[in-house]
Each structure stands twice: as structure tokens, then as C-alpha cells.
Design a protein around this ligand. Structure first.
Ligand code: PMP
Length: 374
């Protein structure tokens, strides 16, 4: 099998799974219980939280473990809008967000908030002039993902925050960092709120992160016995797995980036041989995500043909498979290009032999399907 869909989800690392199993069996006490087993679990929870806060260089009270990025996006956007509605009712989002952000925005519009979509350049970076034009005295929140999940475009969050602050430093910046965390360096001082998922960094599914800078107002959406953003019994095995996966992901990050860059160049070099394939990446993209448009071949047909070779890639994001790629549309405004995308997402775990197997199969499948259509 050759797995090249790491941006959809990652396998759980064996050492992370070991921790999950160990914590499940040896630390099963409820970390809210007063007895010894509870205290043991509470101490482990505190040490996992401390590790995450140190790895991310943020305060321990600035992080909340959630069920994943979708939940974190909900808490951040709805919570921030509700808590700051006395200041205004306008929010701005980019055209390169994950579908969960647009679903939340639809809900916010249904309860009276107004939304503007900020333009991006052809290379995918936020158009600063358009951002300046779209901010007004009612703007309370801007949400821009750190890395787009379909094309890998990375946003200059620090500059975006500076542009916002120059207009009105009360406007909050939320960033969905799901596709950036563990792949590239993320500076948490660049934004006020952030969301991420563990299963993109080799932790199990069902755990994520919500970050809120101290002092930022954000209303809680869930109520329980504790006054926290994600109440209920802490999912200790998942939280410990998250902290371990994060530590491993961030270890020697630059070396891992070098490996991924090497595979990226190899794959793109192969694709550039085909005149009718369009490459949907710019110099602003992280090397982990390669996005192409086949133009005259349906992505589903192509993906299933590769699957016969036990090679797994995706069309656009796993969350909007089969639909037009909104990100490619936002970049090139070309319907055919946006309807025929294939996303190949690689990892530092990807091996040279896997790339070779993939490229051989890709070239064979492409030549066959392309000649059928021409
Ligand atoms: N945001 C981005 C950028 C993503 O790529 C994803 C996962 N595809 C999500 C949010 C949602 O993550 P989850 O499904 O883990 O909640």
C-alpha cells in the first residue's frame, strides 16, 4: 500500500498507540475523582497539558483539549462572536477555509451576524488591500487558516495580524492551524484563537486543540460540571496521545521538512512533464500538499484507478470529496480546473520507494485515461 492522503488523516504512530493503551489500562481513574486513582490521572493530565503548552510556547490556561478541529472552530468562531457582539456584528473569513468554517459562518449569519469574504491573490495569499477595504467599525473577528487543506497555501499570519491591528487592535484573529501544526513552524503569538486536530499529527481521531490567548473574550458553548470550554470527563488516553504525537511531530521539524521538500520536488518534476495537467501550487504552499488538475479526467475515475494499485490519494479535502474544489476556484476562477483536482499529501514518513511506485502507476493510469478522452 502507498498512502498519500496524510492531509486527510494520518496513521497513529505505534509509540503513540502504546501510550494510548497504557493510559487506558493504567490510568483509568476519572481525573476529577478525589481518590488516589483520580489523583494519578489528574497528575498525568497536568503533565500532558504542560508538555503541550511548553511545545507550543503558550500558557497552560490558554489551551483546551477538544474532540477535534471542527469543535474548536465552533468554540472559537461562535464563542468569540457571542462574547463580543456588543462591539459589532461583522466577521471576515477567507475563501480558502475548511468547509466546517463556512458551515459555522452560515449559522452565525442566521443569528444576525454579517460576513465578508476576503479575496486572495492568484498565488493564494490574502489580498491585504481587500482586507483593509473589508474591515469596518463593526468588525469583531477575522478567521484565516494557516494552511489551506486543499492546495497547501500558507498565509503570512504575522503580517495579517499587523494589518488588522493597524485598523483596530480590538479585532480578533482566529486561525485554523489544522494543516500547519506539526508540519511547519507555527507562532502562537501571531493570532488570538486557533484550532487543530490530533489525527493530522499521528494521534488518534477524537482529540483536538482550542487555543485562546489570555484576555481574549470567548463565550463557552457547552455547559457541564466544570466551567471550561470542553466540559465532561477529560479523555486522558487521547490527551496523552496528543501530547506525545505533538512532541514527536515537532522533533527535528526542519529535517522532516527537508525530506518532504525532496519528495515534493520529485513529484512535481514528474507532473510538469504532462502538458495538460495544471499544477495548483505556488511558492507559498507547504511541500506536504501537492494539488493538480487533470482537466480531462474525472478525479473519481483516477482515484479508483490508482486504488487498484493500492495507492491512496484524494480529490479535494476528505470533507468535501466529490464536490468542486472551492480553494482551486478561489485561486484560478476556472470551473474545469476546480472540478478535476487531485490532492497528493505526503509526510516525512513517506519513503522513496513509495514515491517511485506512485509515479510509475500515476504515469501509466494518466496516459491510459488521457488517451481515452482525446
Ligand atoms: N480544518 C482543517 C483545515 C482541516 O483540514 C480539517 C480536517 N479535514 C478540519 C478543520 C476538521 O478536522 P476534524 O475533522 O478533525 O474535526
Amino acid at each position: 500500500m502507498v498512502y498519500l492522503d496524510y492531509s486527510a488523516t494520518t496513521p497513529v504512530l505505534p509509540e503513540v498507540l502504546d501510550s494510548y493503551n497504557k493510559v487506558s489500562s493504567e490510568y483509568f481513574g476519572n481525573s476529577n475523582s478525589l481518590h488516589n486513582l483520580g489523583i494519578k490521572s489528574r497528575e498525568l493530565l497536568e503533565s500532558a497539558s504542560k508538555q503541550v503548552s511548553e511545545l507550543l510556547n503558550v500558557g497552560i490556561d490558554e489551551i483546551t483539549f477538544t474532540s477535534g478541529a471542527t469543535e474548536s472552530n465552533n468554540i472559537a468562531l461562535i464563542g468569540a462572536c457571542l462574547a463580543n457582539k456588543a462591539k459589532g456584528n461583522h466577521i471576515i473569513v477567507s475563501k480558502l477555509e475548511h468547509p466546517s468554517i463556512y458551515a459555522i459562518v452560515d449559522y452565525l449569519v442566521s443569528i444576525g451576524f454579517k460576513v465578508s469574504y476576503v479575496n486572495n491573490t492568484e498565488e493564494g495569499v490574502i489580498d491585504f488591500e481587500d482586507l483593509k477595504r473589508k474591515m469596518n467599525e463593526d468588525t469583531i473577528l477575522v478567521s484565516i487558516c494557516a494552511v489551506n487543506s486543499e492546495t497547501g497555501v500558507r498565509q503570512p499570519l504575522k503580517t495579517i495580524k499587523q494589518v488588522i491591528n493597524k485598523f483596530n487592535s480590538d479585532i480578533l484573529l482566529h486561525s485554523d492551524i489544522t494543516q500547519a501544526l506539526g508540519k511547519v513552524h507555527v507562532n502562537f503569538s501571531d493570532f488570538d484563537l486557533a484550532s487543530a486536530s490530533g489525527h493530522k499529527i499521528y494521534a488518534p481521531k477524537g482529540v483536538g486543540l482550542f487555543y485562546k490567548k489570555n484576555g481574549v473574550k470567548c463565550q463557552k458553548l457547552l455547559y457541564g460540571s466544570e466551567d471550561v470550554y470542553h466540559p465532561g470527563t477529560p479523555a486522558l488516553p487521547l490527551i496523552v496521545s496528543f501530547s506525545k504525537a505533538l512532541r514527536i511531530s515537532l522533533h527535528e521539524l526542519d529535517k522532516k521538512l527537508e525530506i518532504v521538500n525532496k519528495w515534493n520536488e520529485k513529484i512535481l518534476k514528474n507532473f510538469s512533464k504532462f502538458e495538460s495537467i495544471k499544477i495548483n501550487n505556488s511558492k507559498y504552499c507547504i511541500p506536504h500538499i501537492i494539488n493538480i488538475s487533470l482537466m480531462d479526467i474525472k478525479p473519481e475515475t483516477f482515484i479508483h484507478a490508482l486504488e487498484k494499485h493500492e495507492i491512496y490519494v484524494s480529490s479535494n479535502t476528505a470533507c468535501s470529496s466529490g464536490k468542486l474544489s472551492t480553494s482551486v476556484m478561489a485561486l484560478y476562477n476556472d470551473k474545469v480546473r476546480a472540478e478535476t483536482t487531485i490532492r497528493i499529501s505526503i509526510s516525512c514518513l513517506t519513503k522513496l520507494e513509495e514515491i517511485t511506485v506512485f509515479l510509475n502507476a500515476f504515469n501509466g493510469v494518466y496516459d491510459k485515461l488521457h488517451s481515452l478522452n482525446n
